[in-house]
Ligand binder design. Structure first.
Ligand code: SF4
Ligand code: SF4
Length: 380
């Protein structure tokens, strides 16, 4: 490896490789540009002496996405989600390898790098910078308790490096593919020159709130907003997020039907989450017990850190969000009018109109039906 290359050339080569591999956005941020963000923006939390991060975005397959959003077929998108993430991890491993050959230390930032997902690192503030960051960006007590605070936030890195911008959903929106992307990041001791944050006029988020409309649960506040300032840049506000388990229970398919009972995620259960956050945990434990007794949904992946089997059952808030408003409108309609999910004996999930799903559930023996909806007299 040509060790005398300057940092700018190393950066440009790595960015070019990511673009050539199919990434729709690539950027670099450094410790100064992240200053002021939450503690999860201090790169040294993961790698001692880290100075910068390379961040990439890789688009998901839009045809498969539409089969998923239209409630036509769950499998192709789930397979594409796994494929996309594996491509990113491969790319990030190669960047790490190249940076090490140039004489720098580097590490991949894995998605889901939280205590709940298995990181052993202490995510509570460890130094003065992180303590100040925690004061500016206080964490919710429930996130501390559940271990859902990331060690390093890919989202924050993506906003600070100009890969994308925050939309009202709190997801990263990219200029070409909206939020229908997977993110990846590598952190390194190389002091790579940063790329600029995207200017406010590049942000297409018109606050339509369709990300909130497609959400089957009360996760994104319509009245409270979070703003983050990193470096010199004040980023677009986003809806303050509710209790992490509200989203996670739909993402993991513990439940499915929306609060208004008219649409749902891909989860086949109709059981509702309590309004009071304090009551959530016992309900979630009951829902997790239901999943253990139901047939396994085919496909999916094993979470590398937790070792548990996962199926992707929601993500509607990011998949709906496209730069073109008419595409966004189409996806919202598909998701909300595509029917609700039921589960077959072989574990497959499919959707059908609400009334047909009612008939399907009514034909089940009560002890089986109780795995999908509350039935009086079963104690559920
Ligand atoms: S769906 Fe609308 S409000 Fe939500 S992030 Fe996208 S553009 Fe913004
Ligand atoms: S993934 Fe689903 S449940 Fe979670 S916030 Fe997005 S739309 Fe709501």
């Amino acid at each position: 490896m040509n060790a005398e290359l300057d940092l700018q050339t190393i950066r440009d080569r790595l960015m070019e490789s990511a673009t050539n591999a199919g990434c729709n956005a690539v950027g670099v941020c450094n410790q100064e540009g992240l200053e002021g963000g939450p503690p999860s923006t201090d790169l040294t939390r993961q790698l001692e002496g880290a100075r910068s991060a390379i961040v990439v975005s890789y688009p998901v397959d839009e045809e498969k996405l539409e089969l998923y959003m239209g409630k036509i077929d769950h499998t192709p998108y789930q397979e594409d989600y796994i494929r996309t993430n594996n491509i990113i991890q491969g790319l990030m491993a190669e960047m790490t390898n190249q940076l090490r050959k140039f004489g720098y230390e580097a590490e991949v930032v894995f998605a889901g790098n939280t205590p709940a997902d298995g990181t052993r690192a202490d995510v509570m503030p460890q130094n003065e910078r992180q303590r100040k960051a925690a004061e500016l960006n206080p964490a919710k007590a429930s996130d501390i308790m559940l271990g859902s605070i990331p060690l390093i936030s890919q989202r924050m890195l993506a906003a600070a490096s100009g890969v994308g911008f925050f939309g009202m959903s709190g997801n990263i929106l990219t200029e070409s593919h909206g939020a229908a992307v997977s993110l990846g990041a590598v952190i390194t001791t190389a002091d790579l020159p940063p790329t600029p944050v995207l200017p406010p006029e590049a942000n297409y988020c018109d606050e339509c709130n369709w990300c909130g409309n497609v959400c089957p649960t009360s996760f994104m506040s319509r009245t409270d907003f979070t703003t983050v300032k990193m470096g010199e840049h004040g980023h677009h506000k986003y809806s303050t997020r509710g209790h992490h388990m509200r989203c996670a229970s739909h993402m993991a398919g513990l439940t499915g039907l929306s609060e208004n009972g008219k649409f749902g995620s891909w989860g086949p259960s109709r059981k509702q989450l309590p309004k009071d956050d304090d009551q959530l945990l016992p309900t979630i434990m009951g829902l997790a017990g239901d999943v253990m007794k139901r047939p396994q949904v085919p496909g999916g992946f094993y979470d590398a850190q937790k070792g548990t089997k996962m199926n992707i059952m929601c993500s509607a808030c990011n998949l709906v969000c496209h730069p073109e408003k008419k595409v966004r409108a189409k996806r919202m309609k598909m998701w909300m009018q595509g029917g609700v999910s039921i589960q077959r004996e072989d574990g497959t999930v499919e959707t059908m109109p609400l009334e047909d799903a009612r008939t399907y559930l009514d034909a089940m023996p009560p002890e089986k039906r109780a795995l999908y909806e509350d039935i009086e007299g079963t104690g559920d």
